[in-house]
Ligand binder design. Structure first.
Ligand code: CP
Length: 320
């Protein structure tokens, strides 16, 4: 594995998930793999789980993790080629990235979309420029359109649950949830991309009209605007808000009827409920679900460590 930006870098998804579960069983198995290596984690946007789980994963591999909140503490970066930098940006990524490439062995980056211009966001310019100029492996800690470490975690968590219950081909439902502000499509795009590529589930996406995601990621899933229909016999319900894709970055409605409740859960096959966190309680998901027996959300967040550890180990092994 050279970089980790999307499912296309994952190779065999099941093998990567099993590697992560092996680390969960034995966190320090490869405790010297990353000895004398450094990962630089650059945050252009806030994070809790991604930041801490990546640090813990690196340390479990004997690696040093250095965090830089570049968005709030660093020079404002320019990403456009041939930019005339007479505005607010202070340093070009062309100059900054090679410096990071000298300080670190792996570079990990979190950057959000602007939600203003779809073409710009979906071009993934920021992460592509770091790959172009850093000269070292780059890991996405969530980009403008995808969140691959979250999606690998989600497959690890589903795999764990399948092993426990003996379910062989689960029905997995990605269900849109209300929110108070427009959020990126990253988690929903990425979850769709990974579940489709994995191919081990009957995958259904449900959302209100006008909340279609890009077909690039959803192709292969059943898509319905009827949430009750979607929830029938579901084994897993993945709850997430996202803003509109076509008329980009908008909220048209926040209909509370789309929030998952225990009553709706009755339609499912006693489904386990997932969410990437952070979650707006009683807007996106009800207290009764979050605090109830069907939620596997805390375990899902805990599994972020093992996903990050498996990915960092693969990169260390490939790149020496
Ligand atoms: N799920 C997730 O990425 O959480 P953070 O934003 O806290 O990293």
């Amino acid at each position: 594995m050279k970089h980790f930006i999307s499912v296309h870098d994952a190779g065999n998804i099941d093998a990567l998930a099993q590697k992560a579960l092996a680390y969960k069983a034995n966190p320090f198995y490869d405790k010297t793999l990353g000895a004398n290596k450094r990962i630089g984690c650059l945050f252009l946007n806030p994070s809790m789980r991604t930041r801490l789980s990546t640090q813990v994963a690196a340390q479990n591999l004997g690696m040093e993790a250095i965090i830089f909140n570049v968005g709030s503490e660093g020079w404002a970066l320019e990403f456009e080629e041939e930019a005339i930098m007479s505005g607010t940006t202070v340093e070009h990524v062309k100059d900054a990235a090679p410096v990071f490439g000298n300080y670190f062995d792996i570079l990990a980056i979190r950057t959000f979309p602007s939600l203003k211009n779809r073409e710009d966001d979906y071009s993934e310019l920021y992460i592509k420029q770091f790959i172009k100029y850093a000269g070292i492996p780059v890991v996405s800690l969530e980009s403008a359109t995808l969140h691959p470490l979250q999606s690998l975690t989600d497959i690890i968590t589903i795999t764990e649950e399948m092993q426990k219950t003996g379910i062989e081909r689960p029905r997995i439902v990605l269900s849109w949830a209300p929110h108070v502000k427009p959020l990126p499509q990253c988690v929903a795009n990425s979850f769709s991309q990974w579940i489709n590529a994995w191919g081990k589930a009957d995958f259904v996406i449900t959302h209100p009209e006008d909340y279609e995601l890009s077909e690039e990621f959803t192709k292969g899933a059943t898509i319905t605007h009827n949430q009750d229909e979607a929830l029938k016999n579901a084994d897993f319900v993945y709850v997430k808000n996202w803003s509109t894709f076509r008329d980009y970055g908008k909220i048209y409605e926040s209909d509370p009827k789309w929030m998952l409740t225990n009553q709706k859960l009755q339609l499912t096959n006693n489904a386990k409920v997932m969410h990437c966190l952070p979650v707006r309680r009683n807007v996106e998901l009800s207290d009764e679900i979050l605090d109830g027996p069907n939620s596997i959300i805390t375990r899902e967040a805990a599994n972020r460590v093992w996903a990050a550890q498996a990915v960092l180990a693969e990169i260390l092994k490939t790149n020496g």
